[in-house]
Design a protein around this ligand. Structure first.
Ligand SMILES: [Zn+2]
Length: 87
């Protein structure tokens, strides 16, 4: 057993970076952009980002990119659903 508890704690900490939309303050969670439940991402470090909805609203020029982002997001979610439904 060579894995020290310290290194595993550190690597789980690195997973706590979350993107927060600077405009609507929603946070990118595993199931998409939404407002977090109380305490849900208390320990997380938030990085400023912008969600696809706000890109569409604020930067109509980039709406096409946002649409594509959301489509890939939907595709990813669909694949995840398939995985969880599999026995
Ligand atoms: Zn937003």
């Amino acid at each position: 057993m060579s894995e020290s508890p310290l290194s595993s704690a550190r690597s789980s900490r690195l997973g706590d970076w979350l993107s927060a939309c600077a405009h609507c303050e929603r946070i990118r969670l595993a199931d998409g952009w939404r407002r977090p439940e109380p305490g849900e991402c208390e320990d997380a470090t938030l990085t400023h980002d912008i969600c696809p909805d706000c890109i569409r609203q604020l930067y109509p020029k980039y709406a096409r990119i946002a649409n594509r982002l959301q489509k890939s997001e939907e595709a990813r979610r669909f694949v995840q659903q398939q995985k969880t439904q599999a026995p």
